[in-house]
Design a protein around this ligand. Structure first.
Ligand SMILES: [Zn+2]
Length: 336
């Protein structure tokens, strides 16, 4: 069987083609006549990847899971043909039609996070029975930072409650003073953080601004490189696979844990109906990250598709360069 680079979506899998002997013929999986390599190049990496899953009636198909979490293949049909072939040759105890989930070894970090959430809310607020270090979380959160480069641009918005007294000064868009720092998913009450977004529009959604609201939006420049924990981390996998099963399991555990905490961090906060107690687990993990020397955390916006939130523990590495005032002129809903 032969496979072409077009069957893959991610770069590291495509790049593997550069190292191999190519032949022009029809791809066995997408049918396109193009440069192809022998499929055996990818067989053992994919077999190792499939070994992370086991049959589970409450799970999803392996095509759905790999598609959603790693998006390795160019489309679902190609994914189905490739994975069907690998499943048949592997003997993992499930077929392409079966529902599967991650093996216990991979998902144990998620179980630990679930237990910690319950613990800090219901049992031990400040000394939960699971220490992050027990689960080697220090490896994911305390020693492995993503870097946001000097010169990057972010935004912070505030809704003007008084139309006659608009926030126009740069310092008014900065970090709130300690006495005004409300609790959020990253910080507890009284310990301020600087909540930024990567796009001006994301601030409108994150503030739940509605038609007619006057917004002040400040533009912030990063003055020096920022070390952050990025909960949007998405592994490329192929390099990890070549390093062996242990490394692959560790990478996928880290990915799943960060994805889950990222989702918990980005859960929409409605103005009135969230109890502050629900913030405690993510506040706990963010404080752990803060003690490890990181400048902040980054996670997806749940209310603005494609937008990201950056929350900094201190504001000394960014500078507000200008402030613009905008009236939200789009109605929230339109009916025809
Ligand atoms: Zn192909």
């Amino acid at each position: 069987m032969r496979i072409c680079a077009g069957c893959f979506k991610v770069e590291d899998w495509k790049n593997r083609f550069k190292l191999e002997q190519k032949k022009i013929c029809s791809c066995s999986f997408c049918g396109k006549k193009t440069k192809t390599v022998d499929f055996s190049v990818f067989l053992s990496p994919l077999q190792l990847l499939l070994s992370l899953f086991s049959k589970n009636e409450k799970g999803e198909s392996v095509i759905q899971l790999i598609g959603r979490d790693f998006a390795i293949f160019s489309n679902d049909e190609v994914a189905k043909r490739i994975l069907q072939c690998v499943v048949q040759l592997s003997g993992n105890g499930f077929s392409i039609k079966d529902k599967v989930s991650y093996s216990t070894e991979v998902s144990s970090a998620l179980t630990a996070w679930k237990k910690m959430k319950k613990d800090v809310i219901e049992e031990f607020r400040y000394f939960p029975s699971i220490n992050p270090e027990d689960e080697l979380w220090d490896k994911y959160f305390a020693s492995k930072f993503a870097v946001i480069k000097k010169g990057s641009v972010f935004f912070r918005g505030r809704i003007n409650e008084d139309a006659n007294k608009l926030y126009k000064k740069k310092k008014e868009l900065g970090m709130p003073p300690r006495e005004k720092a409300r609790a959020g998913r990253v910080n507890p009450y009284g310990i301020p953080c600087l909540y930024l977004t990567d796009m001006p529009d994301t601030t409108i959604y994150e503030l739940r601004a509605t038609h007619g609201d006057k917004l002040s939006v400040g533009k912030f420049i990063v003055k020096e490189n920022l070390n952050i924990v990025d909960f949007n981390y998405k592994p490329l996998l192929l390099d990890d696979i070549y390093e062996g099963e242990e490394k692959l399991i560790e990478t996928v555990r880290e990915f799943l844990l960060k994805k889950q905490i990222g989702q918990d961090l980005s859960k929409p906060i409605h103005r009135y109906d969230v109890k502050e107690i629900e913030y405690v687990p993510t506040q706990y993990i963010c404080e752990y990250i803060k003690t490890s020397g990181a400048d902040g955390v980054m996670f997806n916006s749940a209310v603005h598709h494609g937008g990201k939130n950056l929350v900094l523990f201190k504001s000394d590495k960014v500078r507000c360069t200008c402030v613009k005032v905008k009236t939200v002129d789009e109605p929230v809903m339109r009916f025809c």
